[in-house]
Ligand binder design. Sequence first.
Ligand SMILES: [Zn+2]
Length: 418
Amino acid sequence: MSILIKNVLHHGKKTDVLIEKNRFAKISPRLEAPADKVINGEGKAIVPAFYNTHCHAAMSILRGYGDDKPLFAWLREDIWPIEARLTAADIYTASRLAVLEMIKSGTVFFADMYFFAEETMRAVKEMGIRAAVSLVEMDMFDPAQTTAKIAATKDFLAAENPCPERIVKGLSCHSVYTVSAELLEYASRTAADNNLFMQIHVSETAAENAECVEKYGVTPTARLDSFGLLTNKTMLAHAVHLSAADTETIRARGSFLSHNPVSNLKLNSGLFAFADLYAAMPDKITIGTDGASSNNNLSMIESVKTASLAAKLQAGSAVAGKAAEVYRAATVNGAAAFGLDAGEIREGALADCLLINMNHPFMVPAYNLVSDLVYAADSACITDVICDGRPVMENGHVDGEEEIVADARQLAEKILSL
Ligand SMILES: [Zn+2]
């Protein structure tokens, strides 16, 4: 498929953008190229899409199910008991709701960690975006669960990838407080043998650090490193409570950090040291939403603003968390973390992009586009989303969205009756 976007603003100037197959082929004014589809970009700007580096997509169906509690109480009292009763079909319905929400807020990729991951892959394949999908390794130190998790992971990795052009399968370990040494060892070995992306929650709360130090005598980062789990394909989510030594280890291993500002603030987990960490590893800081039950949406456009505001509060400085820094973290850095040549509007790059309505009041008077996108815009400013060279949202509408919403409502009724 080819798409020609005419008269769209790019870096403040009107231009045409030609997409051929799944890449930006040519960016230049007055292009006269034949194309399967022509989009009138008049009054719109073309900008990179967002790459959400930490998510539990299907938790969208648990949005608002349990709120206003600290992490451990929330997980044990609300989330884990209800998750245990969700079926594969439920995860498919919930994943579709999540992907719909992500598209509508400008996200074309998410790194996911959940169960029934094959159902999430099915939703992603059908709806046209990208994902790095993994089953979550979590055995609660119960040997029977360790065996079951390893068997399930082997099956998951052996099964055919339904959409290798947009989906990559990976591995994830929930955290040091839910995964045994045996399972951490298995995950490390399997990731190394198969060159897989790895996702892990790390140092999300002060309590996690204290428990880890008491039990093992080391920080969560040091424990994960002792299993060889920190590599340049590892995404560490949260990383709110890192010591100077932890930061140095992560930097030396080339691992990535996923900053989840909304989830951290809502669960009062603490403030990610954005300014210092960005200064230490500017290419490695990315942004995620976490699941919609701790956020309570999957909007990256909301998360970039919150990341900036939280950075200023954490550093006690208005200079911290500059718009351009959080924007880079949410676009180019997030894409690069998962090996995608994307996150910028550039000839040769993967054709993922958003069209922004420059007549929306939030986008006027438009002195500085990045500032407006980070501090002023919300999802309502996004009119079109293109992923891998194909439109996934046109003029604010996603194919099948009414059915997705109706199905999710029906599932919510079932959940309330459980
Ligand atoms: Zn998470």
